[in-house]
Design a binder for this molecule. Structure first.
Ligand SMILES: *Cc1c(COP(=O)(O)O)cnc(C)c1O
Length: 361
């Protein structure tokens, strides 16, 4: 067996330790005589798995009691519709468009009402975060929406927008549990777990109780109401049981490591390794304005498509996988999620330096 360094943007690397635990429990979980995959979601064993996962996530993120934690399906994309269906009561919402994911979310919201684009960085191919301190916020907005870490473009909103009292909704898919967040600043947070928390198939929604309502938009299906899932502790129908179990193992792994503050320090060190090299390199350079750089997704280019392709090939052969950039940005992208060890980033930087030496005289 040889595990590579996997820089994929998602589905992405998981901690070895978590996979080994899952392996050791694959045929029999505890004394249950069966795999978690084979259990009833109404069984005591599974209910304990779900309760413990929620409890540990609450501890990790310091989630107050007046927020519900929902383990749902349908990925991030389903949330792009569920959010307006449940929150767009005046049929009016503000979207801050900083990249592909916020743009897609805004596009989906237009099905349900008026979308006000409050700010955008489309003018420079989403390579920066616009000023968000004094936005023009229409009175009737139901919420202000951000994608806090744009996975494709590699930007992070580091200072939350001034929403002038409106509910803040944030897509944290690609920064979930990578750094401390103050949950009380948001009405709703959500993330597909396949970036930083677990396997594809689970999306976690953290929503303040007063936003969970019965009088959602007409024609909202039962499965698309937050209230359905909140009232049934994520067990209205069969939840993605095995995925939730793996998320639970990741939460335990993080707690053992020292929690979100501890992993944040490690993430800062990893990102610094790569960004420092990019800033000193004569061949490679980052594509994002320095102040807005993501800790998780690092896009970079050589300036030559041919050389980019050559680098991606060479890196792949050296066991540095999934480093090709998204087709809309080109070049390369290294995702440095929680489970990427420092050694992986160090190896990438060494490899880039060698490649640079060979290609610049
Ligand atoms: C991957 C991603 C999504 C979409 O997730 P799906 O689960 O594929 O629907 C949404 N937002 C962000 C920021 C992402 O990185």
């Amino acid at each position: 067996m040889s595990r590579v360094y996997n820089f994929s943007a998602g589905p992405a690397v998981l901690p070895d330790e978590v996979l080994r635990t899952a392996q050791s429990e694959l045929l029999e979980y505890g004394n249950s005589g069966m795999s978690v995959m084979e259990m009833s979601h109404r069984s005591k064993d599974f209910e304990d798995i779900l309760d413990e996962a929620e409890k540990n996530l609450r501890t990790l993120m310091n989630i107050p009691d007046n927020y519900k934690v929902l383990f749902l399906q349908g990925g991030g994309f389903t949330q792009f519709a569920m959010i307006p269906m449940n929150l767009m009561i005046n049929r009016s919402a503000g979207y801050i468009v900083t990249g592909q994911w916020s743009k897609k979310a805004a596009g989906e919201a237009k099905i349900f009402g008026t979308v006000h684009e409050l700010a955008s960085s489309a003018d420079k191919n989403f390579s920066y975060i616009p000023e968000l301190g004094d936005l023009n916020i229409p009175e009737d907005l139901d919420y202000v929406y951000i994608c806090q870490n744009e996975t494709v473009h590699g930007t992070t909103i580091k200072t939350l927008p001034n929403t002038k009292g409106k509910t803040l909704v944030s897509d944290i898919s690609s920064m979930f549990l990578s750094e401390p967040l103050d949950v009380t600043k948001y009405g709703l947070l959500f993330g597909g777990v396949q970036k930083n928390v677990g396997p594809a198939g689970v999306v976690i929604v953290i929503v303040r109780e007063d936003l969970i309502r019965d009088d959602v938009l007409p024609f909202t299906p039962t499965m698309m109401k937050y209230k359905t899932h909140a009232d049934n502790k994520s067990l209205f129908n069969t939840p993605p049981c095995y995925g939730i179990y793996i998320c639970g193992l990741v939460f335990k792994w993080l707690l053992k490591l020292g929690g979100v503050n501890a992993i944040h320090k490690i993430n800062q060190a990893k990102a610094k390794l790569l960004y420092d090299y990019l800033d000193s390199s004569k061949l490679f350079h980052g594509t994002v304005e320095k102040k807005d750089r993501s800790l998780m997704n690092v896009p970079f280019v050589t300036g030559s498509r041919e050389l980019d392709a050559e680098f991606v090939n060479a890196a792949t052969q050296a066991g540095l996988k999934n480093i090709k950039g998204h087709r809309s940005v080109g070049g390369m992208r290294a995702s440095l999620y929680n489970a990427m060890p420092v050694e992986g980033v160090a190896k990438l930087v060494d490899f880039m330096a060698e490649f640079e030496k060979a290609h610049i005289s």
